[in-house]
Design a protein around this ligand. Structure first.
Ligand code: GLA
Length: 389
């Protein structure tokens, strides 16, 4: 896709870009809604990427164009960029430029043409991919010398403040830092990371992503409500973040919350979910990959019953997959739609896929999109200058 995006740039702007970059979407294996509680997550990168051809400008203008969206080049003045003024896709790249400048980095403009294969609204981090690809491009072109985790932080700020979605740091870090063949065990408190080898094919396993096609949006309230509830829980328990509630102290902590029923459910999810991430890491490290299946299923039940962010389509994927022999399945990402993941023996994949498709048809749901996910590379530069590919 790099060459196509480069050609698109030439067509639009009449000259070649200074480079082409890509940044992937992600699925999260386990660790949901833990990232804004200073907890653990374990995403891996998808082969689906946002690709951007970019050149610097010196006149304070940002020109943006996407091959995926109808309409021409959007031209913005950097001095006019202001939080929560843009409801379009352009808010993601413009937000990154805003965040870089806010942080004091001397970005003076850019021409951008991009295209993405990350399905939008599917819980697969299409927005983080857009943010990270721009951040990496500008970091290289303006020689800012920022590290990957710093780019992720700036992208999160773009999303939180400029776009106005109160998300955590997982998606941007996944897009910026994941490595091929690995899942990323990330401590969102200090962003320390460990790459965990995750080669399912070598063990005769597969991981399917099932996009329910139910669209979700994180700036529409429910996500923020969960986040506020978790923060209230931490305050009631006298800790900085729910990460600080140890799994072994969970019952005592819940007792202290008394009749705050909703907070009890949120706290229970976060504390048990952090524990599930640690269990999955240790199972993978000891080569017991199949044993992570039941942990994924527990995670789904917790998101459905305690965190209450599943939906009938996601539950149907999980229930149908398990009934057709999957080793594990759960919703992935922010919830209220989006995608589920299914861990299965390679030999069972066709049966499970068919069963899910039939169950959706029988329920009268839109046909889901099913694809296999193999851990892919994080963000990177694809080419330099105008002539290279
Ligand atoms: C969305 C957010 C992430 C994270 C997940 C849930 O993807 O962008 O920060 O909170 O939901 O785990």
């Amino acid at each position: 896709m790099g060459q196509q995006v480069r050609d698109g740039f030439v067509e639009l702007y009449g000259t070649g870009p200074e480079g082409v970059w890509s940044a992937p979407g992600r699925v999260n294996l386990i660790g949901e809604h833990t990232d804004y509680n200073d907890g653990f997550v374990m995403p891996f990168a998808l082969p689906h990427t946002a690709v951007a051809a970019v050149s610097k400008r010196t006149d304070g203008v940002l020109r943006l164009h996407s091959a995926d969206v109808e309409g021409g080049v959007v031209e913005l003045r950097l001095d006019d960029l202001a939080p929560e003024t843009d409801r379009n896709w352009t808010a993601y790249p413009a937000g990154v430029v805003w965040a870089l400048r806010e942080a004091g980095h001397p970005v003076t403009g850019a021409d951008v043409h991009l295209a993405s294969t990350v399905p939008a609204g599917a819980g697969l981090s299409s927005s983080a991919a857009l943010e990270v690809v721009i951040a990496l491009a500008l970091n290289d072109l303006y020689e800012l010398g920022l590290q990957r985790w710093q780019l992720a932080r700036l992208c999160q700020r773009a999303e939180n403040v400029y776009v106005g979605a109160p998300t955590g740091i997982m998606d941007q870090t996944a897009s910026a830092c994941c490595e091929e063949g690995h899942a990323l065990f990330l401590d969102t408190r200090d962003l320390s990371q460990k790459q965990i080898p995750f080669d399912l094919a070598a063990e005769g396993l597969r991981l399917l992503v099932v996009d329910t096609r139910v669209k979700h949006a994180h700036n529409e309230g429910e996500y923020g409500k969960r986040r506020a509830g978790c923060e209230k829980g931490a305050a009631l328990l006298g800790v900085d973040a729910l990460r600080d509630v140890a799994y072994d102290d969970l019952d005592a902590a819940l007792a202290r919350l008394g009749d705050e029923e909703e907070i009890v459910r949120l706290v229970r999810h976060i504390v048990t979910e952090n524990h599930r991430v640690e269990r999955v890491v240790s199972l993978l490290e000891s080569g017991e990959t199949r044993a992570i299946g039941p942990v994924l299923v527990e995670g789904h039940a917790s998101l459905r019953d305690d965190f209450r962010i599943s939906c009938p389509e996601l539950d149907l994927v999980v229930d149908t997959a398990l009934a057709s022999g999957a080793l594990g399945a759960r919703m992935t990402g922010g919830g209220f739609g989006g995608s589920a993941i299914v861990l299965a023996e390679a030999a069972d994949v066709d049966t499970i896929t068919k069963a899910v498709q039939e169950a959706f048809a029988a329920a009268g749901f839109t046909a889901p999109r099913v694809f296999e996910a193999v851990p892919a590379a994080g963000a990177r530069r694809l080419s330099r200058g105008t002539s290279s590919r």
